[in-house]
Design a protein around this ligand. Sequence first.
Ligand SMILES: [Fe+2]
Ligand SMILES: [Fe+2]
Length: 372
Amino acid sequence: MNTNNLQQDAGHKHQVYMVSGNDKFLSGLLIALSPFYHARSFNDTEELFDELFTSLPKTLIVDATLSGTSALRFITALRINFSSDQLPIIFTVMSAQESWINEASKISGLKCLERPFQTDQLLRTVTQQVNAHTEAQWDAIEPVQRQALKQTLAFYNSIADKVMNGEIFEFQDVTNSCESLIEAVDNRNYKDILRALREHDDYTYVHSMRAATFLCAFGQAVGFTGDELNTLTTGGLLLDVGKTYIPYNLLNKKEPLDEEEYNIIKKHVEYGASFLNQVDDLPSGVSIIAAQHHEKIDGTGYPHGLECMKFDRLARMAAIVDVFCAMTDRRTYKAAFSPQKTLAQMAAMEGHLDRRLLLKFGEMLLDAPILH
Ligand SMILES: [Fe+2]
Ligand SMILES: [Fe+2]
């Protein structure tokens, strides 16, 4: 038996299992995945099979090279016992083995990852499969909140594809995707949205959707309605859209960033703003939120070092929500801060946030149906 069990740290990591007859390949997978997942490797299929009846991982990687059995036969046996909602599978196979790839494409809930692959590709595929598992649970959520999650996620995924293909979206698409979210917040009915997001594994989506939810609630608390509220909410969903251009490894890096890496991350503001500037009919507030949400009132923020009165009120609201969400988000490398502790720390940040608005935000939170 060769079972490696990597210790779980204080952050939140989903379980991913992997099985292969090739030990070198297994240890490569383990090294690539362990910063982000609670990864466990097996080279014995029977051992794995027994384990699955005790605990199901969010995703299982089955390599085509298995000892003692054919990988496709093994996967078929797994499917008899576990549905694709219960156990998403990734099948890693050499790209030359076309007949295997064809066979595998007929099995439900199975994703093929052709070898050799880049680490970034592996991480994206694992994230997608882990999320397929999480999203399948959304069917049990109250309908308006379920709609809000599904519509915004579908929009977010379509944006990632569009960025990759150099295409642009229509403003109406994002407005439509936020309709149920605004309705949910309007009815003070967004507890399940926040709860469901805690299990999702696409950090940029989760952060943006939480930002959109809290910005919408904040907007309502200061009296926004109609188009204004729509601008604020869609602006929240799009505030970090420029992160789509930043490599996965860097966005999810566990260790502190060095200066060069931090400068690359900071570029998401310019990338986001120039992407949004190409969208016809986009309300100026939406691109202002993306362009200015990292400015600080004392002029030490980025990218332009704008002082308080020079940067937009919407962006000052977004800066508050962005900091709040970043601190209360759960990451693979840190636990979430409580809202109370976060607010206290935000109040102590000299020169960063607009104090009057922060006070309003704090009042809104006290009144909110749920924070976590
Ligand atoms: Fe940002
Ligand atoms: Fe952010």
